[in-house]
Design a binder for this molecule. Sequence first.
Ligand SMILES: [Zn+2]
Ligand SMILES: [Zn+2]
Length: 553
Amino acid sequence: MKGPPPAQVSRRGFGTALWRLADLVQAADRRRSFRARAFRRAVWSLDWLSSDLSDSAEEMAAVDGIGPGIIRLAEEYRSTGTLAELDRLSARFPADVAWLSPLPRVTPGRLEEMKRGLGIDTTADLLAAIETDALSIIEGIGPTTAERWATILSLPPSPNAVPAHRAAVAAGRLRNHLEEFFPDDRFRIAGEVRRMEEWVSRVDVIAITEDPARLVLFLEETATAMSSAVEPGWAIDLITHDRIPVAVRLSDGAAAGTALVRWTGPAEHVAALGLDETEVSHATEKAVYAAAGSAWVPAPARGRTETSRGFVLTDDLRGDLHVHSDWSPDGHMTLEGIAEAAIGRGYQYIAVTDHTIGLRFGGLDAAALGRQRQDIEALRTRFPELHILHGAEINIDRHGVPDLDDDTLHWLDIVVAGCHSHFDLPRDEQTARLVAAVRHPAIDVLAHPIGRRIGIRPGFDVDLSAVFEAAAETGTALEVNGHRDRLDLSSANAELAATAGVGLVADSDGHRYDELSNVGVAVGVLQRAGVPPDRVVNTVDLDGFLAWLDRDR
Ligand SMILES: [Zn+2]
Ligand SMILES: [Zn+2]
């Protein structure tokens, strides 16, 4: 028998249940993650429905992203206030399943054992269990794995810190979502994400609107957050389903510049501009700086005290030296598409650097590179305005040895070297490995030098000063990789490298077209580091760049 409908059915409640179900479905069976993706996509679509979810099945079906399966779940939620599958899976798996299941060697069975055998619900519970050696009751988990879990779970500098990559994705999604619903308003990402912090405590979005009431109502009811709190008149605080805190600050157009500077921060920079004492409104950031009598500072550099040497800007880049085509097993761009995109970005040169054979999931050998050269030559004829370098991102083994022979390496136009394995070598071995790569006469750029992925694995234990010394001597450039989960070199290390006389490269490491704009993130890291343009190899024009490539050949 059906009971009375629950009192508080809302699209937000349904969105929260659906998102949670997605996390659980994915953790319970990775082969079903397409279902999880469909659930999450549906959550973003729910905002097209009424806030009490009273829409008919036909009205729901008319919304992109909401299919028959979601409509059935919505009907179940409407009549019972919950989802049976959600309740069943919640009883079997830890509450923090979304954070625990990406850990290495975690399987659905082991997640269940954690919950059933040890009562583990949260990441804190798991850390406590590791500390007391309680994990040994879980089949197949030894002390080495437990230690790796502890390392990964201890990466966040504070309990609620979110890795840069996840915060930037959340910020970008929310901005696109709001732009879709409020095409007359403007939304700008500020705060720690804009400053290219490695870890983020909150996502800040500035909403520039002349009609704040509508926007506030929408955010109070959005299905894309699990909670919201309104600061009347000027802000709405949200917590996303991934538990990322978001502050949406309201501003009108006339005060947009002031709001952007204020909420980009950091506080000392804002205070130094005199924004604490005056409440003068400026429409643009440039106007705020002009009124304060100082030069505009790029957002990532606003935490710096020393800003006199100037900053490299994305527009200063003349090329990208690390790009993967669909010749790489994980690449999604055609060679032709890469050339067109490079011209579109105003580059003078571009390096195609696909993965090579030494990689775990495979890559190009000398013969395949030979075939690729024919395609590249055809492309050169078609796009004479672009200098297309045929390179490779070669793989460096644990002893610092490349996976291609010297003849092939010297035949390539440019060689980018990357370490994609053996992250746990002892410090002296890791240092010797990287120094050997940097000293190899055919290697031009060392990609993502410390191998970290923020929130996923720590970087190499390595004596970077020895690597910098070798690179300064040989002229080998060190990369600042623009993937938000890498930011490698970090701004702190890029600053040390530049001071040691090392040339740096801002690279996208793009595997997809939208990732080519990662160079802007790499540039942000260089701005944070205060590295002037003349220390950045790919700001040099084509002639100068070719001269650098020729330095040791
Ligand atoms: Zn790589
Ligand atoms: Zn790469």
